[in-house]
Write a protein that binds this ligand. Structure first.
Ligand SMILES: Nc1ncnc2c1ncn2[C@@H]1O[C@H](COP(=O)(O)OP(=O)(O)OP(=O)(O)O)[C@@H](O)[C@H]1O
Ligand SMILES: [Mg+2]
Length: 250
């Protein structure tokens, strides 16, 4: 479970203070897949980094799997898998397998566990053909698959993805989508940001929309369709932005 309570995050940019998040509160229940929507600069990455214990809220608090992000970051890091858009965190000079082995060692996995996990992930992602090739020669999609596998190496219960399919082709995006379905069946809790409405509509149980740092909507997807009288998420998103935070009361 992810419990976000009244989170405000301010950045000091030279002499100007930028408020990236304003009193954001919502809960992601165990086993749920939640899509985080918002325009560029809305605060999605800031929120995901705060949940991942990489940023400290200026105000408010976040609990992940029952632990406070500021007081117990180590407990949280063991239980989450995190992938931020564009940052694969892979070592070019190593092979895909060596990369995965390295990350497995960081999480203290045994040799046997590491082998089982890598075999399983390689099969899931169709990576077996290039598992022993150096990452430096990989295409963007190949890298992204290894990066997603790295995120999952320690079998985390909570997974955070920041724009996971940006830049991926249809095939790789579909692999990601199938994976989310599979992770959901395994009971994982997933929060991911996306600009692709179709993807969010396809994968998520609920959506959270952020506009200029404020939460403007957090709703079960089917309930949202009913309330808005439309199943067009793009239309709903745009109308929520126009209405802004002031109309949001829950
Ligand atoms: N380290 C930082 N220093 C100063 N300002 C920052 C910093 N990180 C984020 N911001 C500001 O916080 C706001 C929210 O940024 P954030 O990256 O969270 O947006 P986003 O929703 O992820 O956008 P995008 O869709 O473009 O990825 C922006 O105004 C951004 O400039
Ligand atoms: Mg971002």
């Amino acid at each position: 479970m992810i419990h976000i309570q009244e989170v405000t995050k301010k950045f000091q940019d030279k002499k100007k203070s930028v408020t990236a998040l304003k009193h954001v509160s919502f809960t992601v229940k165990e086993g749920q897949v939640v899509g985080l929507l918002g325009e560029n600069g809305a605060g999605k990455t800031t929120l995901l980094r705060s949940i991942a214990t990489l940023l400290t809220p200026t105000d408010g608090s976040i609990e992940v799997a029952g632990f406070d992000t500021v007081r117990k970051p180590d407990e949280i890091k063991k239980r989450i898998g995190v992938l931020f858009g564009g940052e694969t965190g892979l070592y070019d000079r190593l092979t895909a397998r060596e990369n995965l082995m390295y990350f497995a060692s960081l999480y203290g996995l045994s040799k046997h566990e590491t082998k089982v996990r890598i075999d399983d992930l390689a099969l899931k992602f169709g990576m077996r053909d290039y598992l022993d090739r150096k990452v430096s020669g990989f295409s963007k999609g190949m890298r992204q698959k290894v990066a997603i596998a790295r995120t999952l190496i320690h079998n985390p219960e909570i997974i955070l993805f920041d724009e996971p399919t940006t830049g991926l082709d249809i095939t790789s995006s579909n692999v990601f989508r199938q994976l989310v379905h599979q992770l959901k069946r395994e009971g994982k809790t997933i929060l991911f940001s996306s600009h692709i409405m179709e993807e969010v509509a396809m994968l998520c149980d609920s959506v959270a929309m952020i506009h200029k740092g404020e939460l403007v909507c957090h709703e079960d997807l089917e309930m949202l369709y009913t309330l808005e009288g439309s199943r067009d998420l793009n239309y709903i998103f745009m109308s929520k932005l126009v209405r802004g935070g002031s109309s949001y009361a829950s």
